[in-house]
Design a protein around this ligand. Sequence first.
Ligand code: GLN
Length: 269
Amino acid sequence: MSLREEVIEALIKAHIPSPRLEADIILKHAAPSYPDMSQEERQNALQMLKRRLNHEPMDKILGYREFYKSVFKVSRDVLSPRPDTEILVESALELIAKNEVVKILDLGTGSGCILLSLLKENPQAMGTGVDVSAKALEIAKENAKALNLLSQTTFVNKSWTEPDFITETYDIIVSNPPYIPTEEIATLSTEVKDNDPLSALDGGADGLKCYLEIAEIAPSLLTTGGHILLEIGYNQAEDVIKIFENQGFKLVKAVQDLAQINRCVILKK
Ligand code: GLN
């Protein structure tokens, strides 16, 4: 049996979806000239396979993931960028006119994938990425550097619950905060619950804790007429809209994903 066949069979046995695709990703990464390979390359491929059989997600094994139009470094210190979140990026881009000098604030920036994707499309925009995790911000900074965006970006290692944590105002706030209700976390796949940081998933007892916190600070962080765009859980649109309406925001729209689930809400101050 070839190494490729061996890898595919092991992935199938472990019920990993897309075993052929993943086998090819492993071989391309570990042994780029496969089937020509050194002993070391073979060992590296088997090591990657072992990690994947333990349900570590492929992006965390590779150390990078594609999101929107760029490749982002990832680690266990950041939530892996999800395709769903590209909806938030696309929605925010629709709000920014070409060459507009906008200021963008990303609350809980993690890998920086949302903020940096927006800045890359808008060379005149300036962005601030906030995260309570210093380790996450290290990754975000590396991504900003790799994408040549350091001059457009400021990173702030604070919790948004600290009083006066930022005193500037912004035209756009984006956030994909933790929104999974605490007791649902145990039901998530191993790939997610054991490999994404808990602090990026856990949205408190009802999953809405961060939206309440953000709704309190958002009015003083936004310019008049400014927008806030939030990723939300599959059943949270109504609650999140209400939370922000209570703080004087007006709903612009909820944006659905391809499965027609509300994924993102846009509100205006
Ligand atoms: N979308 C992620 C998931 O379902 C959760 C991300 C988050 O809480 N912001 O695993």
